[in-house]
Every structure is written in structure tokens, then in C-alpha cells.
Design a binder for this molecule. Structure first.
Ligand code: GLN
Length: 536
């Protein structure tokens, strides 16, 4: 087993996760079995309880782990099958250490960061290696070198080199090379200092990936090589991708980073066949058609809050030879201005997941607009609740219908708490989480879209369609078209008398990959395209 550790320098938000993921793509295409994971130095046990303002999207895995959004990149860029083992936080490390302390495992010793915390971190790497197998584990270390909270991780990794042998480990440092306008120059000093910081801890990266807005001139490469103690060919230029993040593997391959990594780790591998990836990028960059999809949410100004949704739209767009223009609509603006003002140009409306009542009345207006004007609609999780509430209120005449999450005193709780949630007290890790099977109704739109009878999809919710209202809604033209195998939980709803009005309780965005777009997203893009062409 070989180990790559990806650290970050100078600033956060450098795209370390994407770099790790794109390297994973290249190594997989060289025939290696790759596992990618993330260590996060914060003290939360997982990001599940963090606000999107703090953390962006919470990415859910098959096993129900609520993880960092970088794991989404890993799954989209590679075939690595991830589990809760693949996102370790300081909080988990300390929780384990303290559990062992209470159990008496430390036999009367003083429990300390070194060796107990560092041992715990190393044990996790070994556990992943043992349980998941493979040729290579890429581990991204969250945060920025120099952060106090990252130190135990870096010390553990320094020791790890000693445990498994220099020849099996490679540190890659991703850093910023800023352009200073006044001087008209790229500056290498922050990079030098951040690598020096790593050396101070006893870690020497052998590859330095430089995030830069301008190409690295020879002179800049020389300087970084010289002052960071790396070979010149190991100074890698990583420009901002012009069109799409999916260009990154191709860009890194042009910098020969995959060849370099294999040479350093003594792995003999063939050149990667990039043709499928290139074809995908081509269809993202130069499609024939274009559609506009309105995403109506409450965290619309945040780049990362609906990350997987935006990626899934890109994948589905490529599959339909179509550029997807996302119109980000704040639900509260619809409350103020009405739906028409913000949605009249959209070829489809998408309502993502969410929590709490802010903006939900605006989302209900958006759903109504889509239903009445036959605009394709895709509702995800909360977006299914919204569609149900809208239908109950404005088609069935159930005045005041709502979800008990949004209005606990509603006379018509068409969405209510799941039975299994009624006793739940703690917030963290207690939702209905992870992959569950869903049976699709014969003859339904969604059955046609998926092309199979049963699917497995990932969930993250506490509230659910209230079966008490099923008959009444279905009599009025609503259809529960996907359920749990026992028939008890409504997982998908649709309106048969509408070109495409579908919503699901799960999060299909977590299962979409570049060359394997998710049927629900492909479905809504195809419908959006048809809707657009009809209007022309
Ligand atoms: N807040 C809703 C629930 O808990 C929807 C959750 C979501 O959209 N992920 O059921």
C-alpha cells in the first residue's frame, strides 16, 4: 500500500479536495485502485450539525455518514467507494481516546496528544488500509498548514512515514502563488514559508502544487524548487480551470503529475487513457443546446451549499448535449416579488433540500408556478415536502396544509415527523440517513425515467409524507410513484398530468457522476429542453 497526504498552505479554499480527487482520477486511469479520504481538524464529530454558512453542503454516504463536501468530489472523480471511515475529524479522534480512557485501556498512564491522539490517527489510516484494500490511499488534510488544530494530524503523519517507510509515502503540498498587481509578478514567498512550516514539523513535501492565476514562468518554478527543496519538475502549475472543474485531471496530466507521483512511489503503471474524460469535458464546454434551471433555495448566495446539485446538473447537461445555466433564486425574493418575476425565464424549477421555515412560502409559490404553467419541476427532500404542501393547499383545497416542521399547529399536516424520529432528542447523526431501497410504480413517469423497478438512494431527513392524506391527494391527480419496499414511506411523488413534475424524499444528487448522470437530473434537463423548444 502506498500513501499520499495532501496538505494545504497559505490560505483555505485552495481546492485541495479537487486536486486530491483529480489526482485520484489519473491514478485510477493508470490502473490503480485508489481510496480517497479526508481528515478534518475541527472538533465536531461530523459536519452534520454545521450550518451551510460555516461548511457548505453536508455530503451523505451510502452508510449514512454525514461528511465533508470534498467526499463528494472524491466520489464524482473516482470509483472509490467511501464509508464513514473516510472522514475523520479531531472530534472523532478525541471521542475515541476519551472512550478508551474511561474504559481503562491506557492502564493508568497520563493520556496525551502524543502518543495517544497521534496513535489514534495512525490507527485509523491502518484500519482504512486493512478494511478497504487497494493500491493507494490519498488523504487530504483539511485546514491550512500552521493552524494549531492541524498539528496532531501532521505529527501523526510524520510518525507514519517512520512506521511504513519513506518509499511508501508522498506528501503533496497545495499552495497559493499570488499575483501582485502593483509589482506585476507572481510571488513565491508565501509558498516558501508554508513549506518551511511543514519542514519545521519534520515533513518534506516532494511535490508542490501551485494554485495560480497566471502560468508559472521558468524563473518562478526555479525559485520554488530551490527554496522548497523539491525537484523542478515537481513544481506543478494549477491554474483556475477555464470552463469546468472537470478539466483539472487533464490539466494535471499535462503537468505530468501522475507520472511523477508514480515514479516517486515506485509504481509502474501505463499512461492513462483520458479519452472518456476528454469527451465528457468537451460535452460540458461545447454543447449544442442551452437551458436555464432556476434553483430556488435559501442559501443561494453560497457557492457550496448546493454543490452536489450543481454538479449533477452539469453531468445531466452534458448527457443532453446541453449547457445548464443555473439561475439562483432566493426563495425570500419570491415571497416579496411573486414567482413570475423570478421564474418566467426558467425552463425548469428545482427546489433543493433544506431545514427550517425561512423562505418556504416562496418555495411553495415557485412550486405552484411550475405546476400551473407546466414548467418541469424537480423537488429534492424539502422540495418534495413543498410540492406536497402546494398540491394539498391549492388543488385539494386543504387550507393551511403544511409540514409540522414548518408549522406545528397546521390543520392539515400533509408532511409529518417520521415515526422513528418521535423519540429522538439529540440533533447530531440522528436523521434517517443513508441508502434505502425504493420501489417504483409501474407506468409512472419516474419508472420510465429510471428504466428499472427498484433503486437505492441516499437520505437525510426527519419528516415524511403523511399517508393519511394519500388517497385524497391521489384522487385529485397526485401520484405516490416510489415507496419503501413495504409501501409505508412515500419516497417519490409526481403529477401524471404534467410534462415533468417529480419530487423525491432522497438526495439523488449524491449519486450522480460525470459519465453516469443521475436519471432524475437527466430527466429534468430533457424535460427543460423540450419545454424550451415548445416555447420557441
Ligand atoms: N427538513 C426536512 C426534514 O428534515 C427536509 C430535509 C432535507 O431537505 N434534507 O425532513
Amino acid at each position: 500500500m502506498k500513501y499520499i497526504f495532501v496538505t494545504g498552505g497559505v490560505i483555505s479554499s485552495l481546492g485541495k479536495g479537487l486536486t486530491a480527487a483529480a489526482l485520484g482520477t489519473l491514478l485510477e486511469l493508470r490502473g490503480l485502485k485508489v481510496i480517497i479520504q479526508k481528515f478534518d481538524p475541527y472538533l465536531n464529530l461530523d459536519p452534520g450539525t454545521m450550518s451551510p454558512y460555516q461548511h457548505g453542503e453536508v455530503y451523505v454516504l451510502d452508510d449514512g455518514a454525514e461528511t465533508d463536501l470534498d467526499l463528494g468530489h472524491y466520489e464524482r472523480f473516482t470509483n472509490s467507494v467511501l464509508s464513514k471511515l473516510n472522514n475523520l475529524t479531531s472530534g472523532q479522534v478525541y471521542a475515541n481516546v476519551l472512550k478508551k480512557e474511561r474504559r481503562g485501556d491506557y492502564l493508568g498512564k497520563t493520556v496525551q496528544v502524543i502518543p495517544h491522539v497521534t496513535d489514534e490517527i495512525k490507527a485509523r489510516i491502518n484500519e482504512v488500509a486493512e478494511k478497504m484494500g487497494g493500491d493507494i490511499i490519498i488523504t487530504e488534510i483539511g485546514g491550512t498548514t500552521g493552524d494549531i488544530e492541524g498539528l496532531p494530524f501532521l505529527e501523526a503523519l510524520r510518525q507514519f512515514v517512520y512506521d511504513v517507510g519513506q518509499e511508501n509515502v508522498l506528501f503533496i503540498h497545495v499552495t497559493l502563488v499570488p499575483f501582485i498587481k502593483a509589482a506585476g509578478e507572481l510571488k513565491t514567498k508565501p509558498t516558501q514559508q508554508s513549506v518551511a512550516k511543514l519542514r519545521e514539523i519534520g515533513i518534506q513535501p516532494k511535490v508542490v502544487v501551485c494554485r495560480t492565476e497566471y502560468p508559472l514562468e521558468d524563473e518562478v518554478r526555479d525559485k520554488i524548487a530551490m527554496f522548497c527543496n523539491v525537484a523542478k519538475k515537481a513544481v506543478i502549475e494549477e491554474l483556475d480551470a477555464d470552463n469546468t472543474i472537470y478539466e483539472l485531471p487533464l490539466m494535471l496530466n499535462r503537468e505530468k503529475v501522475d507520472e511523477l507521483v508514480c515514479n516517486i512511489l515506485g509504481l509502474e503503471t501505463p499512461e492513462p487513457d483520458l479519452s472518456e474524460w476528454e469527451a465528457f469535458v468537451h460535452s460540458v464546454v461545447e454543447p449544442k443546446h442551452q437551458v436555464t434551471i432556476a434553483v430556488v433555495g435559501k442559501y443561494i448566495e453560497l457557492q457550496d451549499a448546493y454543490k452536489s446539485i450543481y454538479e449533477a446538473l452539469t453531468h445531466a447537461g452534458a448527457a443532453n448535449d446541453c449547457r445548464v445555466e443555473v439561475s439562483r433564486v432566493d426563495a425570500e425574493d419570491i415571497e416579496r416579488d411573486g414567482a413570475y418575476a423570478h421564474l418566467s425565464e426558467a425552463h425548469a424549477v428545482l427546489i433543493p433540500g433544506g431545514f427550517g421555515d425561512r423562505g418556504t412560502e416562496g418555495k411553495i409559490l415557485a412550486a405552484q408556478f411550475a405546476r400551473e404553467n407546466k414548467v418541469p419541476y424537480l423537488g429534492l427532500c424539502l422540495g418534495m415536502h413543498i410540492a406536497t404542501i402546494e398540491f394539498a393547499r391549492y388543488v385539494c383545497g386543504l387550507e393551511g396544509a403544511n409540514s409540522t416542521e414548518l408549522d406545528s399547529a397546521t390543520p392539515h399536516p400533509v408532511i409529518c415527523l417520521l415515526d422513528q424520529q418521535k423519540e429522538v432528542q439529540e440533533k447530531g447523526g440522528t436523521m434517517r440517513l443513508g441508502a434505502y431501497p425504493c420501489v417504483l410504480a409501474p407506468g409512472s413517469k419516474i419508472r420510465e425515467v429510471y428504466g428499472v423497478d427498484e433503486v437505492r438512494e441516499r437520505h437525510r431527513h426527519r419528516f415524511e409524507f403523511n399517508n393519511h392524506y394519500r388517497q385524497q391527494l391521489e384522487a385529485a391527480g397526485f401520484l405516490v410513484s416510489g415507496t419503501s419496499p413495504d409501501g409505508n414511506l412515500a419516497e417519490i411523488i409526481e403529477i401524471p398530468d404534467h410534462p415533468f413534475y417529480v419530487a423525491c424524499q432522497f438526495h439523488p444528487e449524491f449519486l450522480s457522476k460525470p459519465t453516469k448522470p443521475h436519471p432524475m437530473f437527466s430527466g429534468v434537463i430533457a424535460a427543460a429542453l423540450a419545454h424550451k423548444q415548445e416555447g420557441e
